[in-house]
Write a protein that binds this ligand. Structure first.
Ligand code: ISJ
Ligand code: GLN
Length: 790
């Protein structure tokens, strides 16, 4: 797919597959499975897959002239119903109609939606299942015809595979189709694979690429072998056109989908030793240490701390210290603008910033940069800035300085950046979708080893602060003393709490069920927002102090963006974020990245213990929920990196108020790839936002349905229904090529310095969900933070 050189001789020995994607979230799992089948025959040395979307071409007339380039076509899975033709499947319906017989000799493999479309075009009936299967593993049974069909060569009679479908094919006694495989469930016996008798066209209803499917690679290998034999017989193999113009067309087609790295990664980076200052000393291993340290820091600080430590999570805490040399990057998606200025620059006022964002350019001081760009270009701006900052220094420390901050949900793919502040005044344009600050000075703590590091990228770490850290904490053992922080908010303050309407939630839940029954989505993470208005101002830090004690979590974050000094009569809309998230989204170093999707939740209570929760979390509902997101995350990684592994499969983890089902997926070899396909962790971040665990699958259609049809109504009392900071990510991109981002859940955020707070909570809805069960889960998650106010 992403080969570097177009060498015709070499290409002649490659199998070329055209993959037609329907904006599914499992596409690249299939693509990589195809690419891996390299040992097909001595004539073949590689498999090259070109992926296009089902709407890349408007009609077959545009695609037909390109088909001599390809040895086979794979039509992938996807949302929608083949009965809706072009509207749901773009070019796929016309492809299978094959009006003039142009595709008679071209081998095609249809998977799920592709299979249904193929069978429909042959006269079979495609209709809704009574009992729908999303992320469920079933035994597939081959019939006698399969024994003589090369597609299942080498297969046992039965094997397990994952199913993701709302619809199914009833072939009846259709004369054009030969059925090969079936499974049995509450719906009866269902067709799971068939071929078209008169053509080299095959299909499977199940998902060979799922991480829970057996022998998926063999199916693809068999299909490629059949394709090769077919093409050698028909002369397609010899006549394949790959020279000159065709070779150019192929490389252009390969770039249809944008996968350009955000910035070019170099072979080597300077070590930056002249300026980097690292002072290390021994401290207590108690995670409360981070908070005790915060108490002695007067300056502004961002905290990414752990209040619960467990293996591979929460081992480190970071206190980032922004100062006047810190560049602040804010992106405003709705008006497509980025601002860049230094932290608390005296020349920059709120009114000036607002004017320039409103397009009334006044005389901008030289220290304020405003760039017209969309969210995609914003990443390039960040890349350009960071490119020259990267150093090869202290890679064993996760953060030594770099960009720190918050990315909202709407900065992610497929989402409209439309959110605005709903607080009555006209501050709409000033709600940022991303806010990142470059940090030179930080305190980094390794709780596992009891080590503290004072770090500066420009050798400006305050000597006074270092001295007081040493005198207060160096060499001191764990103390039994708790935090001197209040466990409750001041009693005299009241809170007006606006929750989503239960009836609205029920309506949205029903609509989700409709979409899933129609085949438009397999899982939908439906979320709600609750607004809390205190009767008097409480400092955000004061709320954080109570929150972290009530709901300790591995990713407890505190951010208060006081980046503009307020003038007397101005109140800049300060973004604040307090989080006790259990969920890592993405962690990376120079070569590897790790994602830890959480999916599956059981509320804690007197009747619940770990064993019981484990039993519940391993039932089909929770299993399916987790598997769907696990396969989706594999897809997000596979799009950029070929080596992706599931390292932990559905472990149960215990938190303060809930049990959660967690999987771990890693991608290796970011930098060992060829120069052109070399990605950094930040490319993976850009490509995989919004986090799959907050969207559902398939990601594109699901987030669009949630944003346009469901949450705009359900959450209209907050930010016009936008999720904003909730469902986004928080973390850092360190100059030593490390990064770590947690999912913004179990959090609260404010766009007005704490005058009002928003709390998000939700959960994945599948066809196995019940309204009561989902409501209970949503309230359990909401309670983890709302408890601070009630
Ligand atoms: C949506 C939330 O949580 C997400 C949904 C989960 C689920 O559906 O089980 C679990 C963890 C998160 O990925 C939330 O906490 O608000
Ligand atoms: N995974 C798929 O391709 C699903 C196909 C179709 N949308 C269905 O739900 O049955």
């Amino acid at each position: 797919m992403l080969s570097d050189t177009i060498d015709t001789q070499q290409q002649q020995q490659q199998i070329h597959v055209l993959f037609i994607d329907s904006y599914d979230s499992f596409t690249y799992n299939v693509v990589r499975l195809i690419e891996k089948q390299t040992d097909i025959s001595p004539e073949v040395n590689a498999v090259h897959v070109t992926t296009i979307h089902n709407d890349t071409f408007q009609s077959m007339d545009q695609l037909l002239p390109l088909l001599p380039l390809f040895d086979a076509i794979v039509v992938g899975p996807g949302p929608g119903n083949p009965n809706n033709g072009v509207q749901d499947m773009g070019i796929i319906s016309e492809l299978f109609q094959n009006a003039n017989g142009d595709l008679d000799a071209i081998p095609i493999l249809g998977i799920c939606l592709g299979f249904q479309a193929m069978c429909l075009a042959q006269g079979a009936v495609v209709s809704e299942l009574d009992t729908i299967k999303h992320g469920q593993v079933y035994e597939m049974h081959l019939n006698d015809a399969a024994r003589t069909c090369g597609l299942f060569r080498g297969y046992p009679d039965a094997f397990k595979s994952t199913r993701y479908h709302s619809l199914h094919v009833d072939a009846g006694d259709n004369e054009n189709l030969l059925s090969l495989c079936s499974t049995e469930d509450e719906n009866g016996i269902l067709l799971m694979s068939a071929r078209v008798k008169s053509k080299p066209w095959f299909g499977v209803q199940y998902h060979p690429e799922s991480c829970c499917s057996e022998l998926g690679g063999l199916l693809v290998r068999n299909f490629l072998t059949l394709s090769l034999v077919n093409n050698m017989k028909t002369g397609r193999w010899e006549n394949k056109k790959l020279n000159g113009r065709f070779s150019e067309i192929l490389s252009r087609l390969d770039r249809t989908i944008d996968r350009d790295p955000i910035y070019k990664i170099k072979d080597e980076y300077p070590n930056g030793d002249e300026l980097t200052y690292v002072k290390q000393f021994e401290v207590s291993k108690d995670p409360k240490l981070t908070f005790k340290i915060c108490d002695i820091i007067e300056e502004p600080k961002f905290v990414m701390s752990s209040s619960v430590i467990s293996e591979n999570r929460g081992e480190w805490s970071i206190i980032a210290l922004p100062n006047s040399r810190s560049e602040v990057f804010s992106h405003y998606g709705a008006i497509k603008k980025t601002t860049i200025y230094n932290w608390q620059d005296k020349q920059i006022s709120y009114s000036m910033l607002k004017k320039c964002l409103d397009g009334q350019d006044s005389n901008l001081p030289g220290s304020l940069t405003v760039v017209d760009e969309d969210k995609s270009q914003f990443w390039v701006t960040l890349g350009k800035f960071m490119e020259n900052k990267v150093i090869d220094n202290h890679r064993e420390i996760p953060f030594i300085g770099g960009l720190v901050g918050i990315l909202s949900y709407e900065i992610g793919q497929y989402l409209a950046c439309s959110h605005h502040n709903d607080d009555g005044d006209d501050d709409d344009s000033l709600v940022p979708d991303a806010k990142l600050v470059f940090i030179n000075n930080s305190i980094v703590i390794n709780h596992k080893e009891g080590k503290l590091y004072c770090i500066s990228l420009d050798d400006t770490f305050s000597k006074a602060l270092e001295q007081s850290l040493i005198s207060s904490f160096a060499g001191k053992k764990d103390s039994e003393q708790g935090l001197p922080w209040p466990k409750y908010l001041p009693e005299e303050i009241d809170f007006v709490i606006t929750m989503p309407d239960k009836k609205d939630y029920a309506d949205a839940f029903e609509k989700c069920q409709d979409y899933m029954h129609k085949g438009d989505s397999y899982e939908m993470c439906l979320t709600t927002q609750t607004k809390v208005v205190p009767s008097a101002m409480i400092e955000p830090w004061r709320i954080f102090q109570t929150l972290v004690q009530k709901n300790p979590a591995p990713f407890s974050s505190f951010f208060e963006f006081n980046d503009i000094i307020p003038n007397q009569d101005e109140k800049p809309p300060v973004l604040c974020f307090l989080s006790t998230s259990p969920e890592r989204f993405l962690k990376w170093d120079a070569d590897t990245c790790e994602l830890r999707p959480i999916k599956g939740t059981v509320k804690k209570g007197p009747q619940m213990n770990l064993d019981k929760a484990t039993q519940i979390l391993k039932t089909p509902k929770e299993f399916g929920e987790n598997l769907m997101i696990l396969d989706l995350i594999r897809n997000d990684l596979y799009e950029l990196v070929p080596d992706v592994r599931v390292e932990e499969f559905m472990s149960v983890e215990e938190y303060a108020t809930v049990y959660q089902l967690v999987s771990v997926v890693k991608a290796h070899g970011l930098t060992s790839a060829s120069k052109k396909t070399r990605y950094s962790g930040v490319d993976i971040l850009k490509h995989s936002l919004p986090p799959g665990s907050m969207t559902g699958a398939p990601k594109k259609i699901t987030v669009q349905l949630l944003q346009d049809k469901l949450e705009n109504k359900l959450n209209r009392h907050v930010n016009g229904g936008a999720r904003g900071v909730y469902s986004g990510v928080t973390g850092y991109w360190s100059v030593n090529s490390n990064g770590d981002w947690s999912v913004n859940i179990r959090c609260m955020y404010s766009y007005n310095g704490g005058a009002s707070w928003q709390l998000g909570a939700g959960g994945a809805i599948t066809v196995l969900s019940t309204l009561d069960g989902e409501l209970e889960e949503m309230y359990a998650k909401l309670e983890s933070n709302l408890q601070v106010f009630i």
